[in-house]
Design a protein around this ligand. Structure first.
Ligand code: ATP
Ligand SMILES: O=P(O)(O)O[C@@H]1O[C@H]([C@H](O)CO)[C@@H](O)[C@H](O)[C@@H]1O
Length: 164
């Protein structure tokens, strides 16, 4: 039996087609990231992101793209299919796709979301994606952290190398 949430996982072309056909209602909110070990900070942030619009698309870095971010030699711990599945299982997420580039710029250009968001650890003004979304009248927002959690601190705790 296939889990129902698997239907939310779309390749890039299908995700862009769904957005263009109105199957992802607007305002369309977009975010991206590795989401290696999903934690409460992610869940809270994604729910807040979803409340900014009518539908939420989350794009995960492919494993090759995630490895290039330099989070550690063993990262990502969870492969892209598993990371996408856990995100798709969240009720606040309408679609999950992936990107293989270093940044989601080209995907955002194709999807043309109304709002892009990242967590409060990002300065949105420094991201090239901000000027891109603003070029068609969209907005770029950072959502403040409510729960201090991170995949990196969880890995450190498991290893006994951190106090987080
Ligand atoms: N505790 C948190 N609260 C709110 N948003 C978060 C939190 N942690 C991460 N985010 C946001 O979730 C998205 C994915 O982040 P990311 O995968 O880097 O999570 P992380 O747990 O910080 O991982 P890592 O420690 O590997 O960097 C980003 O937009 C980030 O800003
Ligand atoms: O999970 P992370 O490290 O927050 O995700 C990264 O976000 C970057 C951000 O969108 C700035 O452009 C992105 O470039 C990178 O590929 C990861 O998705």
């Amino acid at each position: 039996m296939t889990a129902r949430f698997e239907a939310k996982i779309l390749d890039r072309d299908a995700c862009v087609a769904a957005a263009r056909a109105g199957r992802l209602p607007r305002p369309l909110v977009f975010t991206n990231g590795v989401f290696d070990i999903l934690h409460r900070g992610h869940a809270t942030y994604l729910d807040a992101a979803a409340q900014l619009g009518a539908s939420l698309v989350v794009a995960v870095n492919t494993d090759a793209s995630a490895r290039r971010l330099g989070k550690g030699p063993e990262r990502p711990l969870n492969g892209e299919a598993d990371r996408a599945a856990l995100l798709a299982a969240l009720g606040c997420v309408d679609a999950v796709t992936s990107f293989d580039e270093d940044t989601p710029y080209a995907l955002i250009e194709a999807l043309r979301p109304d709002i892009i968001v990242k967590g409060g650890d990002y300065d949105m003004r420094s991201l090239p994606e901000t000027a891109l979304v603003e070029s068609w009248g969209g907005r770029a927002l950072a959502i403040d952290f409510v729960h201090q959690r991170s995949t990196t601190s969880l890995v450190q705790r498991i290893r006994g190398t951190g106090d987080a």
